[in-house]
Design a protein around this ligand. Structure first.
Ligand code: CUA
Length: 162
């Protein structure tokens, strides 16, 4: 009697499960390298009860560096972003720095790969480049309370100045 016999039907499920694992693993690799999605930075901490007075977040808004890249500092709070609207340059690296003084919020720039959780106690940071000028909607994609669906902002990607 051959103990190593595997039924055809069982083989089908073994290979099927292996294919699904490979598919999921390639989805992670694709999002990391081809779509340049990054895990949340969550290395820099901040006292959420003093976030509004913290020097890093005392003056939210856009700062442009001498090389043309920009840094956007934003507070995500119930139920708005401060500031509501930010203007950034096209085709230049834009670094977003966010924190929350209250609960967990989301920050998704619709139609782009700009998307992060904003967790009280941490500074969420990511850098991306926008290749198309225009107006982009920013939405909160983490349920944060009764006004969650009203929480939105606007990103304006400005074209190259001639
Ligand atoms: Cu903030 Cu949902």
């Amino acid at each position: 009697m051959n103990d190593s016999h595997v039924d055809l039907y069982e083989k089908f499920w073994l290979w099927g499960a292996a294919a699904i694992v490979l598919l999921f693993a390639s989805a992670i690799l694709y999002s990391a390298y081809a779509a340049t999605l990054q895990p949340p930075s969550h290395v820099e901490t901040i006292d959420p009860t003093k976030a509004r007075d913290d020097a890093r977040f005392a003056n939210p808004g856009v700062t442009t560096r001498s090389d043309g890249s920009a840094v956007v500092v934003l507070l995500a709070q119930m139920f708005a972003y401060a500031p509501y609207e930010v203007k950034v340059p096209v085709n230049k690296p834009v670094t977003f720095r966010l924190t929350s003084p209250d609960v967990i919020h989301g920050f998704e720039i619709v139609g782009t790969n700009g998307n992060t959780m904003v967790v009280p106690g941490y500074v969420s940071q990511f850098t991306t480049t926008f290749s198309k000028p225009g107006n982009y909607l920013i939405v909160c994609n983490e349920y944060c309370g009764l006004g969650h669906h009203l929480m939105q902002g606007r990103l304006i990607v400005e074209g190259e100045r001639k």
